[in-house]
Ligand binder design. Structure first.
Ligand SMILES: [Zn+2]
Length: 121
Protein backbone atom coordinates (compact mmCIF):
# COMPACT_ATOMS: atom_id res chain seq x y z
CA UNK A 1 0.00 0.00 0.00
CA UNK A 2 2.78 2.39 0.89
CA UNK A 3 4.83 1.29 -2.13
CA UNK A 4 1.83 1.88 -4.38
CA UNK A 5 1.53 5.40 -3.03
CA UNK A 6 5.21 6.10 -3.73
CA UNK A 7 4.87 4.72 -7.28
CA UNK A 8 1.86 6.96 -7.86
CA UNK A 9 3.78 10.00 -6.64
CA UNK A 10 6.79 9.13 -8.81
CA UNK A 11 4.57 8.67 -11.86
CA UNK A 12 2.84 11.95 -11.08
CA UNK A 13 6.24 13.64 -10.81
CA UNK A 14 7.32 12.27 -14.20
CA UNK A 15 4.02 13.31 -15.78
CA UNK A 16 4.42 16.83 -14.37
CA UNK A 17 8.01 17.11 -15.60
CA UNK A 18 7.09 15.93 -19.09
CA UNK A 19 4.06 18.19 -19.20
CA UNK A 20 6.29 21.15 -18.41
CA UNK A 21 8.75 20.03 -21.08
CA UNK A 22 5.97 19.81 -23.65
CA UNK A 23 4.54 23.19 -22.62
CA UNK A 24 7.99 24.81 -22.71
CA UNK A 25 8.88 23.33 -26.09
CA UNK A 26 5.53 24.35 -27.53
CA UNK A 27 6.10 27.98 -26.59
CA UNK A 28 8.98 28.59 -28.98
CA UNK A 29 7.51 26.88 -32.00
CA UNK A 30 4.74 27.90 -34.34
CA UNK A 31 1.90 25.46 -34.61
CA UNK A 32 2.74 23.76 -31.34
CA UNK A 33 -0.86 23.27 -30.33
CA UNK A 34 -0.56 19.51 -30.12
CA UNK A 35 2.28 19.83 -27.64
CA UNK A 36 0.21 22.19 -25.50
CA UNK A 37 -2.59 19.64 -25.43
CA UNK A 38 -0.17 16.82 -24.62
CA UNK A 39 1.38 18.96 -21.88
CA UNK A 40 -1.98 19.84 -20.39
CA UNK A 41 -3.08 16.21 -20.63
CA UNK A 42 0.04 15.04 -18.81
CA UNK A 43 -0.51 17.67 -16.13
CA UNK A 44 -4.08 16.41 -15.73
CA UNK A 45 -2.80 12.83 -15.45
CA UNK A 46 -0.29 13.98 -12.85
CA UNK A 47 -2.99 15.64 -10.74
CA UNK A 48 -5.21 12.55 -11.02
CA UNK A 49 -2.28 10.39 -9.87
CA UNK A 50 -1.62 12.75 -6.95
CA UNK A 51 -5.32 12.64 -6.11
CA UNK A 52 -5.31 8.85 -5.99
CA UNK A 53 -2.03 8.82 -4.08
CA UNK A 54 -3.49 11.09 -1.40
CA UNK A 55 -6.65 9.01 -1.33
CA UNK A 56 -4.51 5.93 -0.72
CA UNK A 57 -2.88 7.72 2.15
CA UNK A 58 -6.13 8.74 3.84
CA UNK A 59 -7.19 5.47 5.53
CA UNK A 60 -3.76 4.86 7.01
CA UNK A 61 -3.61 8.33 8.48
CA UNK A 62 -7.03 8.20 10.07
CA UNK A 63 -5.86 5.44 12.39
CA UNK A 64 -2.62 7.27 13.14
CA UNK A 65 -4.47 10.44 14.03
CA UNK A 66 -5.82 8.75 17.13
CA UNK A 67 -2.90 9.91 19.21
CA UNK A 68 -2.63 8.85 22.79
CA UNK A 69 -2.60 11.85 25.03
CA UNK A 70 0.04 11.26 27.64
CA UNK A 71 -1.26 13.75 30.14
CA UNK A 72 -0.60 12.14 33.47
CA UNK A 73 -2.27 11.18 35.59
CA UNK A 74 -5.67 12.09 34.15
CA UNK A 75 -5.68 10.24 30.81
CA UNK A 76 -3.76 7.17 31.85
CA UNK A 77 -6.77 5.52 33.45
CA UNK A 78 -8.16 4.77 29.98
CA UNK A 79 -5.45 2.25 29.13
CA UNK A 80 -4.14 -0.62 31.17
CA UNK A 81 -0.49 -0.14 31.93
CA UNK A 82 1.56 -3.23 32.47
CA UNK A 83 4.77 -3.58 34.38
CA UNK A 84 7.79 -4.02 32.16
CA UNK A 85 9.37 -6.46 34.57
CA UNK A 86 6.57 -8.72 35.77
CA UNK A 87 3.67 -7.80 33.48
CA UNK A 88 1.41 -6.91 36.39
CA UNK A 89 -1.38 -4.42 35.72
CA UNK A 90 -0.54 -1.03 37.17
CA UNK A 91 -3.02 1.57 38.33
CA UNK A 92 -2.88 5.35 38.44
CA UNK A 93 -1.89 5.17 42.07
CA UNK A 94 1.40 3.56 41.07
CA UNK A 95 2.37 6.55 38.91
CA UNK A 96 4.04 9.47 40.60
CA UNK A 97 5.47 12.66 39.16
CA UNK A 98 9.11 12.88 40.12
CA UNK A 99 11.04 15.91 38.78
CA UNK A 100 8.41 16.43 36.10
CA UNK A 101 8.63 12.87 34.79
CA UNK A 102 6.04 10.18 35.42
CA UNK A 103 7.64 7.42 37.46
CA UNK A 104 5.98 4.05 37.93
CA UNK A 105 6.50 1.96 41.02
CA UNK A 106 5.24 -1.57 40.51
CA UNK A 107 3.33 -2.86 43.56
CA UNK A 108 3.97 -6.47 42.56
CA UNK A 109 7.73 -6.61 42.02
CA UNK A 110 8.79 -3.19 43.30
CA UNK A 111 10.45 -2.09 40.06
CA UNK A 112 10.70 1.66 39.59
CA UNK A 113 11.12 3.21 36.16
CA UNK A 114 10.11 6.22 34.10
CA UNK A 115 7.04 6.08 31.90
CA UNK A 116 8.04 8.81 29.49
CA UNK A 117 10.74 6.78 27.76
CA UNK A 118 8.23 4.15 26.63
CA UNK A 119 5.09 5.78 25.27
CA UNK A 120 3.88 2.41 23.93
CA UNK A 121 2.79 0.13 26.69
ZN1 LIG B 1 6.30 -5.45 38.28
Amino acid sequence: MKAGKIILFVLAGFALVFSFLFLLSSGGQTGGFNQIYVGLGLAGVAFILIFFATRLKAPGDSTQNVTVNIDLPGEVGMDTIKCKSCGGVLSEKDIKMVAGAPVVTCPFCGTTYQLSEEPKW
